[in-house]
Design a protein around this ligand. Structure first.
Ligand code: TXA
Ligand code: MG
Length: 345
């Protein structure tokens, strides 16, 4: 474990970033901080390194990885077609939490793209990530540094909790800022399409490019509660997780019912609301008046419920606007689509 949270300027942290980048050049896998979540990096051109990433995470091999770059020059080794839309988005949002899906020119290991004709690229906006990527001197493929299916890591400790002993090391840059993954935008067509909502909002993208569409698969999971058993879990805590769209007393009624059944019950709420609930464990994730704070704390809060070993968690919902769209996307996945709505009279 290498501590560099003193900032990239100290001599010690500089040496640690150098050491981590040396591991990358030798084909090892190293976790590093970004402004969104911690990533598990490997040389994008080395199939051996990419195999190690998939093995460490237990990730299905048909799920492609994002390639991280330090500067725009590195784009030319990944794609030979950056259209006007992509250019405008790069100019507006890089470095930052925006991933672009571009035509793949075929240089990266086929395992990175799961054999697709496109490649996903992003330039992170985090001083440690940037120093690390520069030192690697190669594009770095990196999924979130969690075991597959678990909440994404927002601290170096989360990475160790999931991957200690399975990776060469982790560069500790302190807690991440955005707290949710980057927005993934497919730029290979005429109109850009959001494949995953994230740190850059749809509203901000629309301001730059005028028009943006959404992958239809995004709304499918939020339409109505999924049939039991058809669970799409991702970012998930160990306990059953149910979202509750309604008043605090409506949520409390579910808590009471579950406690009557002898279950240990958690409530995921927000600052200022916590005293409205009576349950075994009540945890807050941010403040509803500033959804950025909710985004930043969600994954850590979901992981804390695991430590309390609750059986079921009831959680509040948020308006699907601005960053709230990404927040709800992750919460619905963590809940496997389970949401109850308070009936209106
Ligand atoms: O913020 C982030 O994006 C973090 C940090 C580490 O950069 N990374 C991250 O990686 O979230 P991961 O592997 O957890 O998610 C990558 C997402 C997946 O949903 C994957 O399917 C999609 O990007 N993706 C990657 N390559 C793609 C491609 N060529 N076409 C479509 N989707 C792609
Ligand atoms: Mg992930």
């Amino acid at each position: 474990l290498w501590i560099v949270d003193k900032g990239v300027d100290s001599r010690e942290s500089y040496q640690q970033v150098e050491r981590a980048s040396l591991w990358i050049r030798q084909g090892e896998v190293v976790a590093f901080p970004t402004e969104t979540v911690y990533g598990l990096g490997g040389d994008a051109f080395s199939s051996q390194a990419i195999e190690k990433i998939f093995a460490a995470k237990g990730r299905p091999s048909d799920n492609p990885l994002i390639v991280h770059i330090a500067d725009e020059h590195q784009l030319t080794s990944l794609t030979n077609e950056v259209n006007d839309t992509a250019r405008a988005l790069i100019k507006a949002f890089w470095p930052g939490p925006l991933t672009l899906v571009l035509p793949n020119c075929g240089n990266v290991s086929p395992a990175v793209t799961a054999g697709l004709s496109t490649v996903a690229v992003r330039m992170p906006d985090h001083p440690v990530a940037r120093a690390f990527l520069r030192a690697c001197q190669t594009p770095v493929a990196a999924p979130s540094a969690n075991r597959s299916g678990r909440p994404s890591p927002t601290t170096a400790q989360h990475v160790l909790d999931d991957l200690d002993g399975r990776i060469a090391g982790v560069v500790d840059g302190g807690p991440t800022g955005v707290g949710l993954e980057s927005t993934v935008v497919d730029c290979s067509g005429a109109i850009p399409m959001i494949l995953r909502p994230g740190g850059i909002t749809a509203e901000a993208i629309r301001d730059v490019v005028g028009d943006v569409t959404f992958d239809p698969a995004l709304s499918e999971s939020s339409e109505r509660p999924r049939s039991p058993g058809v669970k799409y879990t991702h970012y998930a805590p160990n306990a059953r997780f149910v979202l509750v769209d309604g008043s605090p007393s409506f949520l409390q009624s579910y808590v009471n019912e579950a406690r009557d059944e002898g279950l240990k019950v958690g409530v995921m709420t927000t600052e200022g609301n916590a005293d409205q609930f009576d349950s075994d464990v009540v945890l807050t994730a941010g403040n509803r008046s500033d959804l950025q704070t909710v985004a930043r704390e969600i994954y850590n809060t979901l992981r804390m419920f695991d430590e309390y070993e609750v059986d079921v968690i009831y959680g509040e919902v948020f308006a699907e606007q601005e960053i709230g769209q990404a927040v709800m996307n992750r919460l619905l996945k963590a809940a496997g689509g389970q949401k109850v709505i308070e009936p209106t009279e």
